[in-house]
Design a protein around this ligand. Structure first.
Ligand code: KIV
Length: 294
């Protein structure tokens, strides 16, 4: 039995995402065809995002920082990703479900990398995998696509390269660096990826790449001219503590709401005001007695 929901009924597929580029290029209403993507790491969040109509749900390895409390994505394992992917799978009916290949799962032989990606599809129900890196991933992306695994590329700032890049810095600012990001994006497309994430780069560069590629670009910190946008869910709803990059727009402040709710609960318990009588069960004899009294 398949663990994927049936196609149709608004189910977003890889060809649907690809066709958004075609539709946008043909001059149809831009905003209608922009691709929306958000991260999710658990069942209730996936269910809410899916019901709200997001096109693509990404089980990102940002899991490591947003949920597991690491200071980078590097410690996240394939088993971590599988565990969270399965929960997200159970909450996702319509959105395309994409999962990150975590650091170390595709830095091994091509055979082992393909085997790892297959586990995400077979055991976790992913419909596509995301792989960080450009020119260096040409062969891997090609082999994954050959194995019927759709691939979303990811170029520009690639958080798994934090040590090599010396931090989380905006990429492609100089002429040379911009040319490299362009080459990376083109390589990802040539290898057969169906979309590419452009992370943290000047909007002019992202616009140029978007205009050059036949596959959709999905931007994060790459300006408004990409074919779609992605954000980390915890950033969007204000659950991230500390520094947030300037490209994050907060649509809610859940940290404040949760802190207030928990403080109120603690105060009510301590004051003996929770639970109330109406929030308590009663014995049958007590209920009988109360009815007589009334
Ligand atoms: O891991 C992640 O969540 C990502 C997105 C921010 C693109 O790679």
């Amino acid at each position: 039995m398949s663990i994927l929901p049936h196609a149709g009924n608004g189910k977003v597929s890889v060809p649907d995402i690809l066709s958004r580029k075609t539709l946008r290029s043909a001059g149809s209403s831009e905003s209608q065809n922009k691709i929306t993507c958000l991260t999710a790491y658990d069942y209730p969040t996936a269910r809410l995002l899916d019901e709200a109509g997001v096109d693509v749900i990404l089980v990102g390895d940002s899991l490591g920082m947003a949920v597991l409390g690491y200071d980078s994505t590097l410690p996240v394992t394939l088993d971590d990703m599988l565990h969270h992917l399965r929960a997200v799978r159970r909450g996702t009916q319509h959105a395309l479900l994409v999962v990150d290949m975590p650091y170390g799962s595709f830095h091994v032989s091509i055979e082992d990398s393909v085997r790892n990606a297959m586990r995400l599809v077979k055991e976790g129900g992913a419909e596509a995998v995301k792989v960080e890196g450009g020119e260096r991933r040409l062969e891997l992306i090609h082999r994954l696509v050959e194995a019927e695994i759709p691939v979303m590329g990811h170029v520009g700032l690639t958080p798994q390269s934090v040590n090599a890049m010396g931090g989380f810095h905006v990429q492609g600012k100089s002429m040379d660096a911009a040319r490299q990001v362009e080459r990376d994006a083109r390589a990802v497309e040539a290898a057969g990826a169906f979309a590419v994430v452009l992370e943290s780069m000047p909007r002019e560069l992202a616009a140029q790449i978007t205009a050059q590629l036949r596959i959709p670009t999905i931007g994060i910190g790459a300006g408004p001219d990409c074919d779609g946008q992605v954000l980390v869910f915890h950033d969007l709803v204000g659950l991230t503590e500390g520094y947030t990059p300037k490209f994050v727009r907060r649509y809610a402040n859940l940290s404040a709401d949760i802190t207030r709710a928990v403080a109120e609960y603690c105060a009510d318990v301590r004051a003996g005001q929770f639970p109330s009588d109406a929030e308590s069960y009663h014995s049958e004899s007590e209920l009988r007695e109360r009815k007589v009294k009334v």
